[in-house]
Design a protein around this ligand. Structure first.
Ligand code: HEC
Length: 449
């Protein structure tokens, strides 16, 4: 085989990727949307000579830079760590196809990080015009990095090109401008702005958590302070309801566009899966709930916003985004990279040949076991481990085979991609199939007599 296998007990490696990736998405989208909001509001505060409003955004920028740079970097590296171990072949293929895309991406990361530090550390010292410019450079660089990475992740779902088929031309641009590129860019841009506005609610309601309740007992001074803070907080809430609504509407339009362009295969996978149907309902339900809360709260009763409300809204936003990401990942099966790399760690065009000459290959990573059940176990690790745990854990195969005979198990493996659509075709010889079936018998729970 090309690489060693990697088994994450119980959780499975792809679920580990999913967890790290979703956490990363929560921060990386804020890095983009927050950049746009800071640029807009900083410029607005300067133009309207509102010093206290600008001071709030200075405070927010501190929270923003700390969170996005530190946490974004850690989780971003975490993604590379897991994908390189769990799906090395697909990772290699994506690097080869998009080598300049990654390179450009990293250049924009550098611009982003430098601009973020200049924006925050020189907030008070730079001339206003320069500061506006730097904030916009940050926002633009961050958004371009989102666009670049979206071209690559959208390609993994649907490799058909907008202008020409990448698999016929091998051209970088044909891969980058794939069918799902535009709708996914729209969805991610909307989600970035939506999420950033939710972070601002969270941060501002915490910062001003005492304005509504503080007793004005000591002096006139503190009473004055309190009411200016109250006005400032009201202003933040009022101004942030616009990006919230804009974000939700953009996400929903993007999702509809995404649906319209979905390939029939993917649509079928989605329609057949109960879990994905539930997640879809959850996603639209959460979007509706957020819209309702934004109308009832920030728009109609801006004074009702407190930390609890902001936390709820934030959690609903994360849940909506998380379920959308989960759906996008799940509908890709059996592919890791659409039409190119399969979930059993081989290229799609190798299946027929491996059915004749064998799925497992000796490599410098490992020797092939001579003992049959061990051999079957290794077939499992390459052919099934990317989606199933063994006997216990997520989508564990053992329980799925409860009570089945060896013949029945062998027949399931032989027709792995029929009638289920989410699994790659069986890609080994009959001897390998027999060894795998023997191994599966050892992890299958036995029927009570
Ligand atoms: C790319 C991901 C993927 C790989 C690789 C994969 N499966 Fe699956 N498998 C699934 C999914 C998803 C389902 C749920 C089926 C559905 O609802 O479409 C499933 C369902 C099953 C089931 C229960 C349904 C049935 O047809 O009986 C068994 C058994 C099973 N897989 C065994 C295996 C074995 C054995 C392997 C390795 C030879 C394997 N799977 C490889 C994704 C995968």
């Amino acid at each position: 085989m090309y690489y060693p296998w990697w088994y994450v007990p119980g959780l499975t490696a792809p679920m580990l990727i999913a967890i790290i990736a979703v956490v990363h998405v929560f921060v990386s989208h804020y890095a983009v949307g927050g950049g746009i909001l800071i640029a807009l509001e900083n410029q607005f505060a300067i133009k309207t000579h509102d010093k206290s409003y600008r001071d709030y955004w200075y405070q927010h920028a501190r929270f923003f830079v700390l969170l996005t740079v530190a946490f974004g970097a850690i989780t971003g590296v975490g993604i590379w760590w897991t994908i390189a171990l769990a799906s090395p072949l697909a990772t290699e293929m994506l690097i080869r196809t998009f080598v300049f895309g990654w390179a450009i991406e990293w250049v924009f990361f550098i611009v982003e990080i430098v601009a973020a530090f200049l924006m925050y550390y020189f907030w008070m010292r730079l001339p206003e015009k320069t500061h506006i410019l730097i904030a916009w450079i940050y926002a633009l660089a961050a958004w371009i990095s989102l666009v670049l990475i979206t071209g690559i992740t959208a390609f993994m779902l649907d490799s058909r090109g907008l202008f020409a088929h990448w698999n016929e031309t091998g051209n970088f641009w044909h891969a980058f401008f794939n069918i799902q590129f535009l709708p996914q860019t729209v969805i991610r841009t909307g989600a970035a702005i939506l999420l950033a506005a939710l972070y601002v609610f969270l941060h501002a309601s915490w910062t001003f958590r005492n304005v509504g309740t503080a007793k004005t007992n000591n002096s006139n001074n503190s009473a004055n302070n309190n009411s200016t803070n109250r006005e400032l907080f009201d202003k933040i809430v009022r101004r942030m309801s616009r990006p919230l609504i804009f974000g939700i509407v953009t996400v929903l339009l993007g999702v509809v566009w995404w649906f319209v362009l979905l390939s029939p295969d993917v649509l079928l996978v989605m329609e057949r899966s109960v879990l994905l149907n539930i997640l879809l309902v959850l996603f639209f339900g959460l979007c509706g709930l957020i819209t309702l809360l934004v109308i009832l709260g920030p728009i109609m009763n801006p004074r009702s916003i407190n930390v609890g409300f902001a936390v709820c809204l934030f959690i609903f936003g994360l849940a909506a985004l998380g379920s959308a990401e989960f759906i996008r990942e799940a509908v890709r099966k059996p592919w890791i990279v659409d039409q190119v790399v399969l979930g059993n760690q081989i290229y799609a065009n190798e299946v027929a040949e491996r059915q004749k000459t064998g799925f497992l290959r000796e490599s410098h990573w490992q020797q092939l076991p001579t003992e049959k059940i061990q051999y079957g176990g290794m077939v499992f690790m390459y052919h099934c481990n990317n989606c199933h745990a063994t006997d216990h854990g997520l989508s564990a195969v053992g329980p799925l085979l409860y009570g089945e005979s060896k013949e029945k198990i062998a027949a399931t493996i032989k027709n792995l991609n029929r009638p289920t659509l989410s699994m790659p075709p069986w890609s080994g010889t009959d001897e390998e199939l027999d060894a795998l079936a023997e191994f599966l018998l050892t992890i299958r729970p036995v029927e009570n007599p």
